[in-house]
Design a binder for this molecule. Structure first.
Ligand code: BES
Ligand code: MN
Ligand code: ZN
Length: 495
């Protein structure tokens, strides 16, 4: 998808589809008024007849008019977005984008960023529009023998007033373009099935990013992980025929001595649960258990594309979790890279077993901040559902920065606690710590487990089990939280 910005009068542009906004009560926006005039008053007539409504997200397609260079016009209700703000605006841009994605068109001109929205400036409106269009036009057909759409929507032009076509607006477009490319990369990796997207496949994709984006890539193999004493991570991959890979991607955008932000993403390319086998129903969804890792790929590609003046290290420990004669057994005790011993009471709580060694490894980068991202617990889906990712942190400022980046990009997150009381649940009679903490607060005890390996760092954990994919859709993975993570890094590079 190519996104352009124009301050020309959108009504004069040749386009396959012109998108204009209608406010609550059927009031025409400035561009809708202009289009109405060139088209002999048809928009106003359709409003008067009740065909066009201003309610947020309502749409109507009007065929082109001989006087208008637009082949068709799509009217989109903006509701009370000018008063009530972003929720209605998001609904409007999403429904406009969905309608555009379904049309047999190659390009479109969208005027929806022109209208004021209560709590969003023009850059933020442009961002929301750009994400919506990229999201709606996403297709995944790598694993189909026939492609769904041969000539999809390829270019969208957003019109803004000449005053608004500022450096900031252009930057917003550039950033959303990079984020959208990152989201697409992340979605593509996540949607691939476990037999194609193996740890070795992910490692090869990282190498590809080295060539295309200039990232420095290092892949540690199991032998190296043995030397590093990653006993917890290796205990998970022992039950799989696919060798584990420890993938490191570095973007060096600032001085050598500037401490990096480290992102660590769970890269379980398939999680059957191990000996604590998952039930068969829905198990195919566990191909998405590498979405945290995929979001690290997406964020790093965006950061590199933008050339952010920041050092960022992405780490993706990658493995499968399968039942096998060599697999972990409930009751097994392993020694992590940190030296702490772990009693594995449930082999299905494997994400934390690979992440703890990755977090310990990350200490060597002396991170300014470290964020891990993982489809870690079903309990997080119960707690927050699909709208919000869970955030846990030992640092209030870091937590606030992540939440804020989530609001900016509408890729939202919500903070949950890491109180001492919850740590009680992780006590083991036989080892330093147990890998599960019983029924209550499963998302919290998982985060508490990780926090025991990050005491020396400013750390946050994001549980994305509810946000990383949607069940039963053709396009499955969402690419979240690539927008949040990239925005977080953009904000850090400008502060
Ligand atoms: N990958 C799963 C978490 C998950 C489950 C994400 C369902 C999305 C949907 C993770 O490895 C896991 O199995 N967690 C267990 C932890 C439990 C054994 C303490 C879970 O959530 O059931
Ligand atoms: Mn599991
Ligand atoms: Zn898992």
């Amino acid at each position: 998808m190519k996104i352009n910005l124009t301050s020309a009068n959108p009504i004069n542009l040749k386009t396959d589809c012109l998108v204009v906004g209608i406010l609550d009560g059927g009031k025409l926006t400035a561009s809708a008024k202009k289009a109405n005039k060139t088209m002999g008053g048809i928009i106003q007539r359709l409003v008067d007849d009740g065909d066009i409504k201003g309610t947020s997200g309502s749409i109507l397609m009007i065929p082109g008019h001989p006087n208008s260079p637009a082949r068709r016009v799509l009217t989109v209700g903006l509701g009370k977005a000018h008063e009530s703000g972003v929720a209605e605006y998001k609904q409007a841009v999403d429904s406009a984008a969905t309608a555009l994605a379904r049309l047999p068109i190659r390009n479109a001109t969208v005027t929806l960023a022109e209208t004021a929205v209560a709590d969003r400036n023009v850059s933020e409106r442009l961002r929301l529009l750009a994400y919506a269009v990229c999201d709606a036009t996403y297709q995944f057909d790598q694993t189909k023998s026939t492609k769904e759409r041969k000539r999809p929507l390829a270019r969208v032009t957003f019109s803004v007033s000449s005053r608004a076509a500022s450096v900031r607006a252009r930057r917003a477009i550039r950033e959303s373009q990079a984020i959208s490319n990152g989201v697409k990369l992340s979605r593509d990796l996540s949607n691939l099935p476990g037999n194609i997207c193996t740890p070795s496949y992910l490692a090869a994709q990282a190498r590809k990013l080295q060539r295309s984006h200039g990232l420095k890539v290092t892949v540690l193999d199991e032998k190296r992980m043995e030397q590093l004493k990653m006993g917890s991570l290796l205990s998970v991959s022992r039950g799989s025929r696919q060798p584990a890979k420890f993938i490191i991607m570095e973007h060096r955008g600032a001085a050598q001595n500037q401490r990096p932000v480290v992102l660590v993403g769970k890269g379980l390319t398939f999680d059957a649960g191990g000996i604590s086998l998952k039930p068969a129903g829905g198990m195919q969804e566990m191909k998405y258990d590498m979405c945290g890792g995929a979001s690290v790929f997406g964020a790093l590609s965006a950061v590199a594309e933008l050339g952010l003046p920041l050092n960022v290290v992405g780490i993706v420990p990658s493995s499968e979790n399968l039942p096998d004669g060599a697999a972990n057994k409930p009751g097994d005790i392993v020694t992590s890279m940190s030296g702490k011993t772990i009693e594995i009471l449930n082999t299905d709580a494997e994400g934390r077993l690979i992440l703890c060694d990755a977090l310990t490894y990350a200490e060597r980068y002396k991170p300014d901040a470290i964020v891990d991202i993982a489809t870690l617990t079903g309990a997080c889906v119960i707690a927050l559902g699909h709208p919000a990712s869970g955030v846990f942190s030992n640092d209030d400022t870091l937590a606030d920065q992540l939440l804020e980046a989530g609001e900016q990009t509408r890729d939202r997150a919500w903070r949950l606690p890491l109180w001492d009381e919850y740590h009680e649940q992780l006590k083991s009679g036989f080892a330093d710590i147990a890998n599960v903490g019983g029924r209550g607060a499963g998302a919290v005890t998982a985060a508490c487990f990780l926090s025991r390996f990050t005491e020396k760092m400013k750390w946050a954990h994001m549980d994305i089990a509810g946000t990383a994919w949607k069940t039963n859709t053709k396009t499955g993975s969402t690419g979240r939280p690539v927008p949040l993570l990239t925005q977080f890094l953009i904000n850090r590079s400008t502060n």
